[in-house]
Design a protein around this ligand. Sequence first.
Ligand SMILES: C[S@@+](CC[C@H](N)C(=O)[O-])C[C@H]1O[C@@H](n2cnc3c(N)ncnc32)[C@H](O)[C@@H]1O
Length: 203
Amino acid sequence: MASYAVAKAYDLLLHPFLHNIRKKTAKIIIQLNPNSVIDICCGTGNQLQYLKNTDIKLTGVDLSPAMLEVAKHMDCYEQDARNMAFPNDSFDLAMIQLALHEKSFDDQKEIIAEAYRIIKNNGHLLIVDYEINEKTKSSSRYVINAIEFLAGKEHFKNFKEYHKNECTNKLISNNQFLLEKKVLIAGKSMALQIYRKQTTAPF
Ligand SMILES: C[S@@+](CC[C@H](N)C(=O)[O-])C[C@H]1O[C@@H](n2cnc3c(N)ncnc32)[C@H](O)[C@@H]1O
């Protein structure tokens, strides 16, 4: 788990890579006009900062006390995304940004099931994560592979598994969430996907 120093450095180091992605994500969220948003695996809460000048009620959860220390001025809580302490149907929109790829498939499944539970009927799930394939710029592919390799054995294994499982394709069922929009970003190395919660069929 990250130390406070690493957590502090995280935003600074990643700002050049993530700033445009954060801006695009915030713009899309504002267009969807939610009253309440939760950032699941929010890290330092950096994405929520891009929404702070709106009327949206912002909440975050993360497991890392060090990351949350950076986010302490916001409503960000130490909670496990696989078992969150919010009632059913709590939020208009949940986002999961750059977090699924580093988890095992079982953990991803549990997080998506929890997101489904806490999102209101007809609410949105927004996922921003890697999607590396033949369309990805080769320079982006090399840099991202190197970063993920350096993040550790387990992390790299999950990153590779995530792609073997076709990213979110095998993870999210149409009975849970229907894909409304998908945009490839960051040199076609990431996908920003907007899903709508389905309420008619059980899964
Ligand atoms: C790569 S960081 C991404 C953080 C943030 N979403 C962003 O865009 O910068 C992944 C985050 O997931 C958190 N995390 C890992 N497992 C988690 C879990 N089971 N529940 C909540 N957070 C978790 C980590 O502590 C870390 O802050």
